[in-house]
Design a protein around this ligand. Structure first.
Ligand SMILES: [Zn+2]
Length: 274
């Protein structure tokens, strides 16, 4: 098994042997007493591209055990380990940025009547903020201790994506979709291979919690995602379109958006294996 970063092999795990199964499901802990991360230590928390059983996989450091062994988790439930001497860190320490779509100067989908009240209108931005607030407080309750709501920046979407990817481990840009009254379902957009599995997982979780169609992960080079992946090709960055705010099936935007936020947090909890 080889661990690669930007196409270059940096760890050869061929001589490592499995020493135990960890408590989390699908977790293998390998003995890497002879592995030296050398110059690549700085990347130990970024997404790693690995080759496992001949299939390219994306894995990230999720936990460093008290004895110095580290767990690498990929989203297909395989684990690799490597020895590093850093402070103990878990997925709960990952920096998660919830970017509120259409914060700042740009405009979202049109505003819509809220709860049938002619005077009360709601914009996509306002709903995105409800989702981010709900996701953030639920994530904190679940033990994620580095969650940031990011509400607009005086830069282009491309530049913002680049900045956010550098500042965080996971970027989730929150949006609502808009089309015609009949369209409904969840889509999660991604731009790089590293984010594909995460995107389809999130899409599935949001759709099932809102009880709508899972339209799935869609690859699209949106500016914010392009910015993130240009600065770090292995960054974990997605844009969620939780539901179509234009659909006549929505009875109550506030409760739908709250459920959408909770679904994001619950998906993260399941990914953490707890
Ligand atoms: Zn939007």
């Amino acid at each position: 098994m080889l661990v690669k970063l930007a196409g270059k092999t940096i760890l050869n795990l061929e001589n490592s042997k499995i020493v135990s199964l960890s408590d989390s499901k699908g977790c293998l802990v390998l003995d890497h007493s002879e592995i030296d991360l050398g110059d690549y230590r700085q990347y130990s928390e970024t997404i790693w591209r690995s080759i496992c059983e001949g299939i390219e996989r994306d894995a990230r450091l999720t936990e460093i055990l008290p004895d110095g062994r580290a767990l690498y988790h990929d989203y297909n439930n395989r684990i690799m380990g490597a020895k590093v001497d850093e402070e103990e860190k878990t997925i709960f320490d990952s920096k998660i940025i919830l970017e509120v779509g259409h914060g700042g100067h740009e405009f979202g989908a049109d505003s819509f009547h809220l709860l049938g009240e002619e005077k009360e209108k709601v914009t996509e931005y306002e709903l995105n903020l409800i989702v981010a607030d709900e996701a953030s407080s639920r994530l904190e309750e679940l033990g994620f201790n580095d969650v940031v709501i990011f509400d607009g920046m005086n830069k282009s979407l491309y530049e913002m994506g680049a900045v956010l990817a550098q500042l965080s481990d996971i970027v989730i840009s929150i949006h609502h979709n808009a089309f015609h009254q009949e369209a409904q379902g969840t889509e999660v957009i991604y731009a790089n291979e590293a984010s594909e599995t995460f995107a389809s997982y999130l899409s599935q979780k949001i759709a099932s919690s809102l009880n709508i169609k899972d339209r799935g992960a869609k690859k699209r080079n949106l500016a914010i995602l392009r910015g993130a992946t240009d600065v770090d090709p292995d960054s974990l960055a997605v844009l969620t379109e939780g539901y179509f705010m234009t659909s006549q099936t929505v009875e109550d935007h506030i409760s739908w958006s709250k459920s959408y936020g909770i679904a994001i947090a619950e998906a993260m909890r399941e990914l953490s294996g707890s």
